[in-house]
Design a protein around this ligand. Sequence first.
Ligand code: ATP
Length: 315
Amino acid sequence: MENSPTIAIKDLWFYFGERAALQGVSLSVNPGEIFALLGPNGAGKTTTIRLLNGLYLAAQGQINVLGKDPRLEGSAVRQQTGVLTESNALYDRLTARQNLVFFGSIYLLDAQELEQRTDEMLAFFDLRSRADEKVGTFSKGMKQRLALARAMLTKPKVLFLDEPTSSLDPESTQQVHELIQSIRDQDGHTVFLCTHRLEEAERLADRVAVMNSGQVLATGSLEELSRSNQPGLRVEIEFLNEPVTTIDLTNLRGVISNSVTGKALALHVQEESVIPFVVEELVRQKAAVLSVRPVKTSLEEVYFQLQESARRGTK
Ligand code: ATP
């Protein structure tokens, strides 16, 4: 069981009336992984979280969370998961501490354990000094930290986070990102993150699934996605002086294309091992090389390529 995926979905379909919100979704999440489900509004991210927690029942397909089928054992699954919803679902008229105690008692933590866990969570999420103030007086960032504390209260094995930073300013966003990372790093929780923020997925996720219109367009680490989307590697070479326009490397084995702009050469090569031969050839051609920099494809590029291919029906 140790190595089996924490979450596994195969060919999952779900309908709201006639409309298919999920159309054959398959994905798996490994233990201790931060996995991001990325996609525009309406892609089906929240629906997927609800299905994984047994709050909606799938029409067709296989679904397994922590070795259980949430359709059959929804409440057993929910005992072991924590969910941060888009609306943080806190009571403004209760204090931070009262909110945690209230939600903890729903999950049957005993009074002493609950008190201890509440204190731990208030400390971990830096809310101790405001613990006995009403949540209605909190900033959005503080509310979001409290909502995370609530989701973490029962020490869940899997934490589902639906758009955890969508209404936060850059400072609070950074704080929440650091907390998510430390939740995983300290306790090895598996985190299933839904977001439309590409930089959030790029920063936090070990692997991502890109969704659109209820379908998964691609799954993998950023490196895997960029390799399958655009084979090869881009390299930027800078020279000390112009002109470099006479330089042509396309006869060199492994070079797909090159284009020169001012003192820079943009190169597309088949793989990393081609770069030393490129440098050797440039030196032979007496070009004054200043720097050679392989360019990482950003998640943004991969994401938009995938969405564009899906729009054109080529994926
Ligand atoms: P967002 O980021 O906007 O929340 P999402 O990726 O989470 O988007 P879902 O909320 O899962 O998307 O919605 C998927 C599809 O199902 C959309 O077409 C949406 O309109 C539809 N949908 C969601 N909830 C309902 C509902 N309660 N009744 C009918 N249709 C719904």
